[in-house]
Design a binder for this molecule. Structure first.
Ligand code: NAD
Ligand code: ZN
Length: 368
């Protein structure tokens, strides 16, 4: 469970006692936090992408060097295509040429792409070196840096090669998200809203109260939002490290969402936009099963996410094959996450065809 004793720290604690801290602190505090985690200054690998490097590489390097670290930087091109065998190979080559040993930490500075790729490299280099996540996107701070999933994409699908590998610590500097492009921000907000809807009704109240300012990033409430959204993920993954049960609820909106993203052609909808549309379908299905669920209320919150793609051009027949092949299914049965009420989710198998039709008609109808 998450330790909520300090506003700038959440401890992830697994059932067997292992764990690591997530610090909501300035990136400049990273060297001090490395020492606190018993990492002794020496060589380290600083892995990032070009966009993030432009803002944060040099100040972080300076802070590390002042504390006695010798960073070896690997700056990769930005974008999902970087989560590839090719760039993994680049990291292996550079890391081995730099003479790393088992105690050389990998610092993953960036969004989920850098975190997943650098995390998998850390899991596999010399059978595992220390991993530090320094998430700079909203998705990375509330989602991908937490829970230990690392990996790369394969021609056969996204995230098909990877490992569960926990970091030694996470330093999330909320202020770094100031430079995130607006569409990346609002896409990340879809996952934030998802965290509220599946597990935290009080957080849904908070989001509703501040949603306009949060979408425009013009409020102090942003820092609190990031911490509360991260805490939901911490609680869910600490309960179920290897995704054998409850962790599946994080997939709310994603059964339709992944299919929309893929069938529209990657890039038409961002992941978060596709998830927002997918959540509308999942909410409709949920309301059908549990008429007491306040569909209007939950849907109004989801519809605050701007969606640039047009879902009405996609039919359920187009989406179904992709939903059947979702790697979270068991066999050919399509699994869905539904809400019993706001803040409570569960998994169902194979909803009736008619219900899916109605859910999709609902989700694709209103442009958000
Ligand atoms: P991303 O890493 O591609 O970052 C989005 C864009 O924002 C990129 O162009 C990046 O260069 C830029 N960027 C990041 N931080 C910035 C900053 N502070 N200022 C300016 N630009 C910045 O994408 P993402 O949305 O962060 O993450 C998506 C990836 O994460 C996907 O590959 C997804 O599969 C993965 N993911 C993993 C998990 C997990 O549990 N491991 C969970 C969710 C998503
Ligand atoms: Zn997602």
């Amino acid at each position: 469970m998450a330790d909520i004793s300090s506003p700038d720290r959440i401890d992830v604690r697994f059932r067997d006692g292992r764990g690591y801290p997530i610090h909501f602190r300035s990136l400049a505090d990273t060297p001090a936090l490395l020492s606190e985690a018993d990492l002794t200054p020496g060589r380290c690998l600083l892995i990032t992408d070009e966009n993030v490097a432009a803002h944060y590489r040099s100040p972080l390097r300076t802070a590390l060097q002042r504390a006695g670290w010798t960073p070896h930087d690997i700056v990769l091109p930005p974008g999902e295509a970087t989560k590839s065998f090719e760039h993994l190979q680049t990291i292996y080559d550079e890391a081995l040429a730099a003479g790393i040993d088992r105690s050389t930490p990998v610092l993953a500075l960036g969004g989920g792409v850098v975190g997943d790729l650098a995390g998998f490299a850390a899991a596999t280099l010399l059978r595992g070196v220390p991993l530090i996540h320094l998430p700079t996107s909203l998705v990375a701070q509330v989602d991908s840096s937490i829970g230990g999933k690392t990996g790369i994409n394969h021609a056969a699908g996204k995230n098909l090669i990877g490992a569960f590998y926990q970091p030694d610590l996470v330093v999330a500097d909320v202020r770094t998200t100031d430079t995130l492009p607006q569409r990346e921000w609002t896409s990340g907000m879809a996952e934030v809203i998802k965290h509220g809807l599946i597990a935290d009704p009080a957080f849904v109240d908070f989001l509703e109260a501040h949603i306009t300012d949060l979408l425009l990033r013009r409020t102090d409430a942003v820092a609190e939002m990031v911490r509360r959204a991260a805490r939901v993920k911490v609680d869910v993954v600490a309960d179920d490290e290897r995704e054998q049960g409850r962790r599946a609820i994080l997939n709310f909106g994603h059964t339709f969402g992944h299919a929309i993203e893929r069938e529209a052609g990657y890039g038409v909808f961002t992941h978060g936009e596709a998830v927002a549309v997918g959540m509308r379908a999942a909410l409709h299905l949920s309301h059908h099963l549990h008429p007491s669920l306040n569909l209007d209320r939950a849907d109004a919150l989801v519809r605050t996410i701007p969606v640039e793609g047009d879902p009405s051009s996609l039919s359920l027949d187009q989406l179904r094959p992709a939903m059947q092949h979702d790697k979270k299914n068991k066999g050919d049965t399509i699994r869905f996450i539904v809400l019993d009420r706001i803040g409570e989710a569960r998994v169902i198998d194979a909803p009736p065809q008619d219900d899916l039709e109605h859910a999709w008609d609902f989700a694709k109808s209103v442009r958000t």
